[in-house]
Structure formats: structure tokens, C-alpha cells
Design a protein. Structure first.
Length: 569
């Protein structure tokens, strides 16, 4: 077997197919099964992995008989770019020419693999060989060939072309024209097939047609030499492979698209913490699109927007800017491409045919979104609509399980969990923490004489008052029929007593009209403090506040009683 392709030099970067990131090419058995030729996977050592159809190429490659192909495989795995080459193998039926495309793959164990696609092109090669045997025979066959045949002089100018012309140019307009002027000079290989002194086989080059559109051509050529060996020019054929390359690129893009959407869906399903589902989805979307940042917004019933998922999660100036993207609203609906920030795109998320949020992404500096990227963003956003709705439902259930339905304050279970956490924080950082235990005086008389609806109004009124008098860092809960507890962080006895006095005076005014003349409403408040730098437990703190509340209750009206600061709390 001979492993030398017809062009004697290694495939240069200019001979590669359009660059495709390795992570975008996801191996699928369907590629091997559907490819009309030989298809198999190799690793960096050239080992042919099972499950493919290597034909004669695989064994030859494994034996080291195809050094040029092995070099191309190594280049593909190093550069993560698709490459093209050709190889001739001598078998029982004579020499066979194969066109070979090598694509980078992303393997499960992160070791690089390459997908080798080989097609037997012996018939085409033999046909081209027949063309160069005889000039007359060459010209006769050219007229019936679908490939474009040409001949150049020593300077690379056309001296003969197929009568039908090519790339929208007539044959007459090409005669005398330097061949290289048709091609993309930035992508032209160092050795031109129109001036090369060596045989060139299936070199892929980029050209421009008469309308300025980019086309891909597979060019083969032979040098023409005088009897003395001087170079007279070149003769060869080229074939327009633009459609084939577009189909290959479209297949790769479709695989990438499918894999990216699947990655986002998998991230949503794999996250067991339902509060982090949309953060995981934002990270997966940013990774799939190589974005610098991604933010998922939820649209609230009042048309306000709130961030429910973000990548990166830590605070950054870019994320902060992205959080202003709700300005993308146009008459109440999100536009797809909101140019609030340079390059930022926003796709609406929907559930039940209604916009319920938005996915916004910022590109990596120096990059721009392609049309394919925009389609992918829209498809990912379509998956997020349901995830946003499910997350909202989960949050609502969580809120219901932790909230007193009548007052909207924390219930007993949620209060104990949160208060325990805050006491631990106070002990760790040696801060004071206070507890206020509240109980209504004569509340039973309101229920008995004025009805339970009035009683509910009393409880709701007191709950609203407590919320209005507390800081965001304070904690309020209804833990019994008419019992309330407050936790005040970083508050000593002096501060706690002052807060209790404010609540007592405010509740005196708020509840004045809700009780009965014979048994007016009142509030008994017990105050206990966990001093800074001390140890203790939540149970002891609440017991001290509860005992103080009962002492205040014996006084009636709106009374306050502090627990001893040297007590068990």
C-alpha cells in the first residue's frame, strides 16, 4: 500500500474546510451509518475505535501506511479544525484513490477523537487521468464533462477553458486572465495549482463567482513540461463543491444546535435544588453560545421583571448591566434583539402563548452573534418558558409552606428554622440578638362578642403594623392564635426596649377601634436579649421572652416587661 496523496506537501491551514469548534461536533452513530462511504473514529495514536466502517483506510492507517493521513489526523486534533486530504491505496483491483475528510470530535472522557470520512473517488481520478493522456482526447472529454477543465501558461494565465465557462464567467472572458484573480487571496495556499511544478490532487480553494459570492472548488492539476524539463504551465480540472460543503456545515450546525438545546434541557433536569434550576440553565446557555454572561428574567403579573437565573452568579459589572435589560420592553412585549448594550440579544420566553420572561446574553468581547446563534438563542428561550413557570410554582408552594396564610408572616416552622440560623450567625460574629414575644390582651372577647371575622382583622392589622416597624433584616412570625414573635439582629436590650415601646404605642392607636368598650384590646410584650459574645440556645432565648411576656400580661393594656439580662438566654 502507498500512503502518499497526489499533493506532496502536508495539508496547510488554507486547505482546511470551514473552521468548526471541536465542542460543536458531537459524535453520532447516525453519521457513520448514513455516510455513503467509509466512516470510523480514531484517537490521537491512530487507533481505530470499534463501531465504524473503516474499509481499507482504517487498517492502512493503523499500520502506518498512510503517513499523510496520520499527519492530518494529528493536525485536526491539535487545531480542532476539519481538514481534507486524499490518499491512494494499491489493492487487488489496482490503485484506488480516496477523498478523506477528518473532523474533530468531543469524546465522553475528554480525550480527543477524530471522525474520518473516506469516499472512493477512483472513477473520477481515472477519468481525470484519461484527460491528461492526450490533449485531443482531453479536449473531447472536457466538452462532455460536468467538471471545469482548464490549462494555464507558465505565468498562470488561462490558455484553455471548458467552452461552457465557470462561476458565471464566459469562456472568452477567462482566456488570458490570471487564474489566481478568481480566488480568495487570503485563503489561497502557498503552492498554487495553476503554477505548481508538482502534481496537485483535490486541493480545496475558495473562489468568487461573477456576482461576488464565495464558492469552494476542489482543484486537481498536472504540470506541463517541455522536452528539456522547463515548466510550460499547468493543466487540470476543478469541481464546485460548495453545495457539499454547505450540506456538511449545515449537518454539523444542526448537530451543534441539537446538542446545545439538549445540554440546557439536561441542566434543568439534572439540578436537584429547584431554587437553582434557572441558574444552571443560564450557565448551560452561556456555555453553549460561548457568551460572556447570561441572565434569565421572570415577568411578574404587574409586568415588572426579576432576575431568576444568571451566569456568572457572582456580582459583575456585566451582569449588573444585563439586569437593566427589562428596558427592552416595547409596548409590553420583549423584542428579540434589544440593543440596550452593544451586542446583547434578548429572546422572550413563553408559557401558554404568553410572554413570561426573557433570556438575555452578552457576547464575548470581539465576537458577534451569527444568524445560527440567534436561532439557537430563540430555541433555548423556548425551553426556558416552561422552566420559569415550574420554578414559579415551586416558589409559590415553598412560600405557602413557610407562611401564615392569614397574616403573611412566617409560620412557626419557618420561624424556628430562620431564627436558629440567625442566632448561629450572632454567636459566630459575637453580635447581640433580641427576641420580642407579643400576645394580645382581651382577644378572646373580640372573637366571642364581635365574631371571628373581626378577630381576623385584628390579627391582620397587628401583622401589618409589625411589618411597617421592622427592618428588612428583622424577622416576624405568627406562632399561635394571637401570639407573635420578633427577632431583631444586632440589637441589645436598650434597642429592643425602644422598639417594643414603638410597637406598643403604634398598636394602641391601630387597635383602638377594633375591640370592645368593656374589654379593650391590648398587647403584652416580653423582651429577652442574647448578649454579644455569649453562648446560648434559641429555646432559652424564647423561654425568657415568653416568661417576660406573661409578666407584662398581668399588668394588662399595652405593657412591656424585660427579661433579666443575666438570665438563661
Amino acid at each position: 500500500m502507498s500512503g502518499q496523496p497526489y499533493h506532496p506537501h502536508p495539508a496547510s491551514p488554507d486547505e482546511r474546510l470551514p473552521a468548526v469548534p471541536a465542542q460543536a461536533i458531537i459524535f453520532s452513530r447516525s453519521v457513520i451509518e448514513s455516510f455513503p462511504g467509509h466512516a470510523f473514529v480514531v484517537d490521537r495514536k491512530g487507533t481505530v475505535l470499534p463501531g465504524g466502517r473503516p474499509g481499507p483506510i482504517g487498517p492502512a492507517l493503523a499500520k502506518g501506511s498512510l503517513p499523510m493521513v496520520a499527519t492530518v489526523v494529528r493536525e485536526v486534533l491539535t487545531l480542532e479544525q476539519a481538514r481534507y486530504t486524499a490518499a491512494e491505496i494499491n489493492g487487488d483491483a489496482g490503485p484506488q484513490m480516496f477523498q478523506i475528510v477528518v473532523l474533530p470530535l468531543e469524546s465522553d472522557d475528554k480525550e480527543p477523537w477524530a471522525l474520518v470520512l473516506a469516499r472512493n473517488d477512483s472513477l473520477g481520478q481515472n477519468f481525470q487521468g484519461a484527460l491528461v493522456d492526450s490533449r485531443q482526447r482531453y479536449k473531447d472529454l472536457v466538452e462532455c464533462s460536468s467538471d471545469f477543465a482548464w490549462e494555464t501558461d507558465a505565468d498562470g494565465a488561462f490558455t484553455f477553458v471548458s467552452p461552457v465557462g465557470t462561476l458565471g464567467f464566459t469562456a472568452a472572458s477567462l482566456i488570458g486572465r490570471t487564474a489566481s484573480t478568481l480566488f480568495d487571496q487570503a485563503a489561497m495556499p502557498e503552492i498554487s495549482p495553476f503554477t505548481s511544478i508538482d502534481r496537485i490532487e483535490a486541493m480545496e480553494v475558495a473562489a468568487f463567482d461573477s456576482a461576488g459570492n464565495r464558492r469552494f472548488l476542489s482543484v486537481s492539476s498536472l504540470p506541463l513540461k517541455s522536452r528539456t524539463g522547463s515548466h510550460l504551465g499547468n493543466r487540470g480540472v476543478w469541481r464546485d463543491v460548495t453545495r457539499e460543503r454547505e450540506q456538511e456545515t449545515a449537518l454539523i450546525e444542526a448537530r451543534r444546535h441539537e446538542a446545545s438545546v439538549s445540554a440546557v434541557v439536561s441542566a434543568i433536569h439534572a439540578e436537584t435544588d429547584r431554587t437553582r434550576v434557572l441558574h444552571a440553565a443560564a450557565a448551560a446557555a452561556a456555555n453553549a453560545l460561548q457568551a460572556a454572561a447570561a441572565v434569565v428574567f421572570r415577568r411578574n403579573p404587574d409586568d415588572s421583571f426579576v432576575v431568576v437565573g444568571a451566569y456568572p452568579e457572582e456580582t459583575s459589572s456585566l451582569r449588573t448591566e444585563l439586569e437593566s435589560v427589562p428596558l427592552a420592553l416595547d409596548n409590553g412585549e420583549l423584542t428579540f434583539d434589544a440593543e440596550i448594550l452593544p451586542g446583547v440579544v434578548c429572546a422572550p420566553t413563553r408559557y401558554a402563548h404568553a410572554t413570561n420572561g426573557s433570556l438575555c446574553l452578552a457576547p464575548t468581547p470581539g465576537t458577534a452573534w451569527s444568524a445560527s446563534d440567534r436561532r439557537l438563542i430563540a430555541d433555548i428561550a423556548a425551553q426556558l418558558g416552561t422552566a420559569i413557570e415550574q420554578t414559579t410554582a415551586h416558589e409559590n408552594l415553598q412560600a405557602l409552606s413557610r407562611t401564615d396564610p392569614l397574616t403573611g408572616l412566617f409560620n412557626r416552622r419557618a420561624f424556628l428554622e430562620e431564627a436558629e440560623r440567625r442566632l448561629g450567625h450572632a454567636i459566630r460574629y459575637q453580635h447581640p440578638l433580641s427576641a420580642l414575644y407579643l400576645d394580645l390582651n382581651n382577644f378572646k372577647a373580640v372573637n366571642d362578642l364581635l365574631g371571628h371575622r373581626r378577630g381576623d382583622t385584628v390579627l391582620q392589622t397587628l401583622a401589618r403594623l409589625l411589618k411597617s416597624k421592622l427592618r428588612d433584616s428583622d424577622l416576624a412570625a405568627r406562632i399561635g392564635g394571637d401570639e407573635f414573635v420578633l427577632i431583631l439582629e444586632e440589637t441589645d436590650m436598650s434597642g429592643a426596649m425602644a422598639k417594643a415601646q414603638i410597637i406598643a404605642e403604634s398598636s394602641r392607636r391601630a387597635l383602638a377601634s377594633l375591640g370592645t368598650a368593656e374589654k379593650p384590646l391590648g398587647v403584652a410584650i416580653g423582651v429577652a436579649v442574647h448578649p454579644a459574645g455569649s453562648e446560648g440556645s434559641l429555646d432559652l432565648l424564647l423561654e425568657a421572652a415568653d416568661a417576660a411576656m406573661y409578666r407584662a400580661k398581668t399588668k394588662g393594656g399595652f405593657s412591656i416587661d424585660p427579661a433579666p439580662e443575666d438570665g438563661p438566654a
